[in-house]
Design a protein around this ligand. Sequence first.
Ligand SMILES: *Cc1c(COP(=O)(O)O)cnc(C)c1O
Length: 386
Amino acid sequence: MTTPAEPYLLTPGPLTTAASTKAAMQRDWGSWDADFRAMTAQLRAALLQIAGDEQGEYDCVPLQGSGSYCVEAMLGSFVARDGHALVLANGAYGKRIATTLRYLGRQHTVHDTGDYLPPRAEDVERLLVANPDITHVVVVHCETSSGILNPIEEIAAVTARQGRRLLIDSMSAFGAVPLDVRTLPCDAFVSSANKCIEGVPGFGFVIAKKAVLNDAKGVSHSLALDIYDQWDVMNRTGQWRFTPPTHAVAAFIEALRLHALEGGQPGRLARYARNRDVLVEGMSGLGFEPLLTEAWRSPIIVTFFSPADPAFDFTRFYELMKARGFIIYPGKLTSVESFRIGCIGALDETVMRRVVAACGEALRTLGVASAAPAAVDLGAREALAA
Ligand SMILES: *Cc1c(COP(=O)(O)O)cnc(C)c1O
């Protein structure tokens, strides 16, 4: 899948892409040209299909930039200037949503459940009842900081029951984890090219109800991040307002073809879940302990506690893994030492077995006798989960 000289990226985007996806970037496209406009139309239609939009109730608006640009565009275009957002945070990406709202000057309330636990419907309901002026609930689908898979179905149900609007950051989940607008009521969600569709970085996309897009006219504080304007111009001209990432779009078309070939979202989920299961089983065999209990562990990325053994040094561990052809990811937790291994990208369970073997060799080189985490870290998790 990759050339031997090129390491596997066990990171949640950018990630390892298929050779044919990379090869699709070997030509130049004119942004105005009809062939390129057809590619834009094709990717919008394909994404709506993955989202389950059979009624034509939603539309897809691609936008230049990384995923955070799309999150900011969604928040700035859909949360009115006098709106009030309830942010469900349990990691760095939820916190980034709150920071973005602060920059945008939008009133927001943060419900933070820490690194290990998901937001639950009963707590969200209590907050919505107590704060009738909250207009939107914003939730992260898979919080990539820990790999927790948040229960967006129950959050969507309670948000709808309370008559509020739901916005979802499904960046690292869409395309692999089910998100079907026929069964999941939401105003909009956002994802990007370089996550579960396995494209290269360069753009993201907002999928939103057409009614919500129409109402967004004049709301955004920013021209470049105005989703309404991007949508309106794209619908009228078939073009992106400003220079599109042409090569990334071409790669994405090939990535979408491979996604469909694999059986769409269910097929991709099956491979990623298998990657995760092989990884967790192998790492547990080495003594490593995953951060999350099984119920909340996503098939996207797994966080492991760093071993308590003083011989363990993450930087050296990282270099030893890299020398064996695997780029892993540091942890992103507030309180405990950890590292992460992604399950997404153009890789399968054979690669995951090699990852586990490389981890074992790296531990032996470092002289780590046991990969078990500190009792205090485990204790913190048990106490919270109780
Ligand atoms: C990757 C990711 C983002 C976007 O990050 P960028 O670095 O801006 O692409 C946002 N939210 C989640 C949950 C993510 O995994």
